[in-house]
Design a protein. Structure first.
Length: 159
């Protein structure tokens, strides 16, 4: 089975540096992205996610790879994901509201709305955001769930 994912930018930041959300050495975010690339799963982007993806992730990742130690090859792997059209599913619709979306942290609401639109799994290291997604009955009914990268690996490792 092929899965659709909404990938929070913290996954990319931690993957390129080889750390977890607490800056402890951890390669689970990098392994998640490697399996995603290898096994034909997709990252989904709506209009707002695409803008953030293009502006924030690509620019910041480029700066990180020049100023901080990075896992060898991860920056190139991320660029391959970003520039491989088969990996990214873009729909420039504006994802709308859903019931109880006010319970989602405001800074992450655009990701939750995108996940609802695509009925996708959210991969994030932000515990508060994961808990809010997983506690929303409407999203659960739509097949949306939020996972840490280490738990998402079991899905992307499927071929």
């Amino acid at each position: 089975m092929k899965y659709k994912f909404i990938v929070d930018e913290n996954i990319f930041y931690c993957a390129i540096r080889g750390v977890d959300e607490y800056d402890n050495r951890d390669t689970s975010s990098a392994r998640f992205l490697a399996y995603l690339l290898k096994n034909c799963h997709k990252i989904c982007l709506d209009e707002k996610c695409n803008k953030r993806f293009e502006k924030t992730i690509q620019i910041k990742l480029g700066k990180i790879s020049k100023t901080e130690p990075v896992l060898p090859g991860i920056d190139l792997m991320i660029q391959e994901i970003v520039h491989t059209s088969e990996k990214i599913m873009r729909d420039f619709s504006n994802s709308g509201e859903f019931p109880d979306d006010e319970k989602i942290p405001r800074k992450d609401l655009y990701l939750a709305r995108c996940a609802n639109y695509f009925s996708a799994k959210v991969v994030t290291l932000d515990r508060e955001f994961r808990d809010a997604i997983n506690a929303n009955p409407f999203l659960k009914e739509r097949g949306v769930e939020a996972l840490e990268s280490k738990n998402a690996i079991k899905f992307v490792s499927e071929t």
